[in-house]
Design a protein around this ligand. Structure first.
Ligand code: DX5
Ligand code: ZN
Length: 214
């Protein structure tokens, strides 16, 4: 299991230190939640802060866009050379075109599905993406409760991935912790995002990350 701590739950007064610590604690990716206050009822960070994150990290960036104007934000963040940029299919009229565009910038494209969005909506995009992110909470905030139907959704997605693009990864984001990680693994999930479980863990970041790397 690859682990991508979400910096949404980090201490923004000590962001560089927090990022250094998760990188030294064995995380695989650094997950960056970009929210525009329109697609989701929350507003987070833009390229100024994310460029500070990019300087502090020794691990690749996984940028999760929760925005209305995807292409505008892709262009804002592309110069920071993230490994992945993911966008929500619910908010994109031309997902196939945007996937090609992200790849043309040398970035691995990923598509995100809200908890209700049919898995089949990505069927004919799977050949062209490197990862599908299944939301296990409604996007917008950290610290929400895990929605267990994501497990069934991941299993269904895995069947399609095996058919169309076995190299495509399944990422799950929201409410992930040291208990539901076993069911996520069993459902075929490859990457988990964890915010409050890592940054709020009383036993420390390393303990939290280790307990997810099963
Ligand atoms: C929610 C974000 C998540 C969030 C996860 O919209 O996409 O990445 O930060 O936080 P936890 O792990 O606390 O649910
Ligand atoms: Zn996220």
């Amino acid at each position: 299991m690859l682990v991508a701590p979400s910096i949404l739950s980090a201490d923004f007064g000590n962001l560089a230190n927090d990022i250094e610590e998760i990188c030294n604690s064995g995380c695989d990716l650094v997950h960056v939640d970009v929210m525009d206050g329109h697609f989701v009822p929350n507003l987070t960070i833009g390229p100024v802060v994310v460029s500070a994150v990019a300087k502090a990290t020794t691990k690749p960036l996984d940028i999760h866009l929760m925005v209305e104007n995807n292409t505008f934000f892709v262009d804002l963040f592309a110069p920071l050379k993230p490994k992945y940029i993911s966008f929500h299919i619910e908010e994109e009229k031309h997902p196939h075109r945007l996937v090609q565009y992200i790849r043309s910038l040398g970035i691995q494209p990923a598509i995100v599905l809200n908890p209700h969005t049919p898995i089949e909506s990505v069927e004919f995009l799977l050949e062209d993406v490197d990862m599908v992110l299944l939301m296990s909470v409604n996007p917008g905030f950290g610290g929400q409760k895990f929605i267990p139907s994501v497990l069934e959704r991941a299993k269904r997605l895995k069947v399609l991935i095996d058919k169309y693009n076995p190299n495509c990864l399944i990422e799950v984001d929201g409410g992930v912790n040291g208990e539901n990680i076993y069911a996520l693994k069993e459902a075929g999930v490859n990457v988990v995002v964890a915010g409050s479980y890592v940054f709020g863990n009383k036993k420390g970041y390393k303990f939290a990350i280790d307990s997810l790397k099963i």
